[in-house]
Ligand binder design. Structure first.
Ligand code: A2P
Length: 270
């Protein structure tokens, strides 16, 4: 074995060490955090990357999981939105990070919730549940989204009201943003719902699609494969059911290699 070659290969693919800049705890089970972005780290809004912490103890391997990047690609920092799993190997530790701490960031962002995987269209639907909102936090803050689509509809369904806070806050900040506010005005639609607590809008997104109430409330026509495109991010069950509704409306699934009318990706758990 050529040790030099081996070391070089390892160092060029090894995660980089990034500093935690801020942490916000939204509920007992949800938090978001911002970290430094390495120079030259390029990604497409909507992609995910491996993120984690150094292993504990001698010879311990880094503990890495896939995380959607929640910040847009123009942002100098990087943002992530995570659940806290009390006995989850990574999130039980990650939820304790503080500004100044170090996290590990993979070098290769990838994913299908990207503009490149969709054919051109007029309206872009972004369907999410739980932490599936994260990639759309990136997509809705990217000016390219509004260059490509006239209207952008982001839906977020959670079990409890407080779980909506991260998304709600982000949408409000975007609407009030000095430069981006004007761009999203009248074009970004936020549709939230809750399933296990009393709220102004209750029910699964699949029910709102099926009943047509989603379109009625937004004042938009029913899904049309000629003009509508969609991205879906949630649990496996949510993906399956929402995907079936897209297909029933005549939309075809796309990928990076073969753009289509909708794309899906599982929301990652820590
Ligand atoms: P519900 O409370 O009716 O199960 P989870 O934490 O299980 O991923 O759920 C997050 C949100 O997604 C909840 O509001 C949940 O509703 C909803 N959900 C779960 N399964 C589906 C599905 N198959 N289709 C649509 N929404 C779903």
């Amino acid at each position: 074995m050529n040790l030099n070659v081996d070391l070089k290969a390892r160092s060029s693919s090894a995660p980089t060490e990034e500093k935690v800049l801020s942490v916000t705890h939204w509920t007992d089970f949800l938090f978001s955090f911002r970290i430094t972005r390495p120079q030259g780290f390029r990604f497409r809004s909507g992609e995910f990357v491996m993120l984690g912490l150094a292993g504990e103890g001698e010879n311990a391997k880094p503990l890495m999981r896939a995380y959607s990047i929640a910040s847009p690609n123009w942002d100098e920092e990087m943002e992530f939105f995570s659940i806290k799993v009390p006995d989850g190997p990574l999130t039980s530790r990650l939820q304790k990070i503080q500004p100044g701490d170090t996290v590990l960031l993979g070098r290769k962002p990838v994913g299908t919730l990207v503009m490149d995987a969709l054919k051109p269209g007029r309206n872009l639907y972004l369907f999410s549940t739980g932490t599936g909102f994260a990639p759309f936090a990136s997509v809705i803050r990217d000016p390219e989204t509004y260059e490509k689509f006239e209207k952008v509809i982001v839906t977020h369904t959670c079990r409890e009201v407080a779980e909506l806070d991260y998304g709600k806050n982000l949408v409000r900040e975007l609407q009030e943003h000095e430069y981006l506010g004007e761009m999203v005005e009248g074009r970004l639609f936020y549709f939230d719902s809750v399933t296990r607590e009393t709220y102004s809008r209750m029910g699964r997104i699949t029910s709102f699609i099926q009943s047509g109430d989603l379109y009625k409330e937004l004042g938009l026509p029913q899904l049309d494969p000629a003009i509508d495109r969609a991205m879906i991010c949630g649990s496996m069950d949510m993906l399956k059911d929402t995907k079936a509704l897209m297909e029933a409306a005549g939309l075809e699934e796309g990928s990076n290699a073969s753009p289509g009318e909708f794309v899906v990706e599982r929301a990652f758990v820590g």
